[in-house]
Design a protein around this ligand. Structure first.
Ligand code: SAH
Length: 340
């Protein structure tokens, strides 16, 4: 038990590093690529179309951040090899993963990949980056509004403690706060979250895409508009758990603030497409047609494939809370899934 107050983002960073180093996250939760092979296939097709829109650069970096078991990229590469062999031949595969244990799992499925710890370590050049449920695992800070001031949440002995904020607040906390009815600020006690690591990644990718071209696709869960609320959660053995006790034993995640990501990317000069809800994005990419076609070839799997597609797309399941956002060079047209 740690009795010294530790800033929440440092606590989360430490807990998740231990969690991903030591546990099998997929015993605790299931992600879209593990639900159906069609998810990775569609994202592979998306990347192939984006590559053509970039002018088919050869070589091109195809990167994935937080590849988990490597399933998404395995499915994507198989689809690309069948439908656009020129892209398959041009791409150089890079994986951003800081868990040694998961790197070993990924290496079995994706021989020939090159690994880096951080997105900022990727080599220069035209880039296509995919990331599913990566940003939600990055550490957030939480600020609590009190009167006209702010406190920041720290963790000590398995509990939140609030420390008065000294010095300037990190952007983009709402300043000034939205006005309630009649101009009265009614947000006392409200919690605001900021994911500095995610916003820095968006700014970094925007700058390098402006220089070298390309696009980065983020799929994650969170609201389209920023707002107050505590979204920190822990999943252990498939169930909600206390995020502050036994660090490293549970996966800690928070909602992704897509508006903040988009702002960070635009401030660095890049264009943004989306966010659009995952269900709409995948349906536009052909989720149901592809699942149906696969089912006709494998009748024993047909019902399971359709059920999986529905799980990803239905609004009250993963279809609405999950969003898709692309950071891209402004000279790219509307990419698949984002056009009305
Ligand atoms: N994209 C996969 C896995 C999601 S779990 C899927 O959809 O199934 C989150 C992934 O991000 C894991 O691979 C984890 O090890 C990795 N990860 C988490 N925090 C990271 C960090 N700070 N740097 C690099 N990788 C990280």
């Amino acid at each position: 038990m740690n009795w010294e107050p530790e800033r929440l983002d440092r606590f989360i960073g430490r807990a998740n590093a231990a969690y991903y180093a030591g546990r099998d996250p997929f015993a605790d939760f299931t992600t879209a690529p593990e639900i159906t092979q069609v998810f990775g296939e569609l994202l592979g097709a998306w990347a192939a179309v984006a590559w053509q829109a970039m002018g088919s650069p050869d070589p091109v970096i195809l990167a994935e951040a937080g590849p988990g078991r490597g399933t998404l990229m395995d499915d994507a590469l198989r689809a690309v090899g069948q439908t656009m062999p020129a892209f398959r031949a041009a791409l150089r595969l890079y994986l951003v993963e800081n868990s040694e244990r998961l790197r070993a799992v990924q290496a079995e499925k994706l021989p020939g990949a090159v690994w880096h710890d951080r997105i900022a370590d990727l080599p220069p050049g035209p880039l296509l980056l995919l990331a599913n449920e990566f940003l939600d695992a990055l550490p957030i800070r939480q600020f609590v509004r009190h009167g006209a001031g702010w406190a920041e949440r720290f963790v000590a002995a398995g509990q939140f403690v609030e420390m008065a904020c000294a010095g300037p607040l990190p952007q983009p906390l709402p300043q000034p706060l939205p006005q309630g009815e009649g101009g009265v600020i009614s947000l006392d006690g409200a919690i605001f979250e900021i994911n500095e690591a995610a916003n820095a990644i968006a700014a970094h990718l925007a700058a390098r895409i402006m220089r070298d071209g390309g696009a980065a696709l983020f799929i994650d869960y969170g609201p389209a508009q920023s707002g107050p609320g505590d979204s920190l959660q822990a999943i252990r053995d498939g169930k909600a758990a206390d995020p502050l006790t036994n660090p490293g034993s549970a996966d800690l995640t928070a909602h992704v603030d897509f508006a903040a990501l988009a702002d960070a990317a635009r401030a660095a000069g890049a264009a943004v497409q989306g966010p659009v809800p995952q269900g709409i994005f995948l349906a536009r990419l052909g989720l149901f047609q592809r699942s149906g076609a696969l089912g006709r070839r494998n009748p024993g799997q047909a019902a399971a494939l359709m059920a999986a597609a529905q799980r990803l797309a239905e609004p009250d399941r993963m279809g609405r809370l999950f969003k898709v956002l692309a950071i891209c060079h402004p000279n790219l047209p509307n990419l698949p899934g984002f056009a009305e």
